[in-house]
Design a protein around this ligand. Structure first.
Ligand code: DC
Length: 227
């Protein structure tokens, strides 16, 4: 049996995590939220030393004793552990997203996390979401999707997610932060955020997660046999 790979990339707040986990659930595939690995690594490093410039200068030293475990079980919310401590909730802040975007520019951090990402490829298949799943880490994926949405819509979604977690935020500020993160993610030299040439692009600005899921599943069923 060959392992099928589906990648779903896109910028922050586009809804790729929701759709990717729904697709994984529907197909009975493993699921990887690669952004949570970047967030967890960044937060652990920050907890060790909040002088982030110093950490990045000597990254090999600071990451040497960090181990991350992203766990997904069908029917359950995925959880992420760093050195056995549950980081699932605490990585979901804007501060951690900014730190993750900084660490994501570094080749040493990307190489470390790429090793983890490959471990999620287990039969019968994997749905992986992130920035470079289809262009780099799983460039041979069977199907690739790229989700986009206007920055205003993405900020609105982020605002609602933060509200649900009891975290207060304001829309103009979130828009500014998303624009800065988009810039950092698209302009970085290593694995920048761009659609893979063979990716199917879906604009999610005016459709909800269920519709995006239905469009994605229809494309998968049209293109992949025996799934
Ligand atoms: O998807 P997210 O917001 O959880 O990602 C947080 C940061 O991690 C994002 O700004 C860029 C980085 N990232 C990355 O560089 N490559 C990935 N495959 C996933 C995330």
């Amino acid at each position: 049996m060959t392992c099928k790979i589906i990648t779903i990339d896109g910028p922050s707040g586009v809804g790729k995590g929701t759709v990717a986990s729904m697709v994984a659930e529907e197909l009975g595939f493993n699921y990887l939220d690669s952004g949570s690995l970047y967030r967890s690594l960044a937060l652990k490093l920050y907890e060790k030393n909040n002088n982030f410039d110093e950490v990045i200068d000597d990254l090999d030293y600071w990451i040497s004793d960090i181990s991350i475990d992203f766990q997904y079980k069908k029917g359950f919310k995925s959880r992420i552990f760093v050195n056995n401590e549950d980081f699932t909730e605490k990585i979901r802040t804007e501060k951690v997203a900014e730190l993750a975007s900084r660490i994501a520019k570094d080749r040493r951090a990307r190489d470390m996390l790429e090793v983890y990402q490959r471990k999620y490829l287990i039969e019968p298949g994997l749905v992986a979401d992130g920035r470079d799943m289809g262009t780099k880490v799983f460039f041979k994926a069977d199907m690739k999707f790229y989700l986009t949405a206007s920055v205003e819509k993405r900020a609105e979604r982020r605002l609602n997610q933060l509200k649900d977690q009891g975290i207060s935020a304001n829309l103009p500020n979130l828009i500014q932060k998303l624009l800065l993160r988009d810039k950092a993610d698209t302009e970085r030299l290593i694995s920048p955020l761009i659609p893979a040439k063979d990716a199917i692009t879906i604009d999610t600005s005016n459709i909800d997660a269920l519709e995006v899921f239905n469009i994605t599943m229809n494309k998968i069923r049209e293109n992949l046999k025996n799934i």
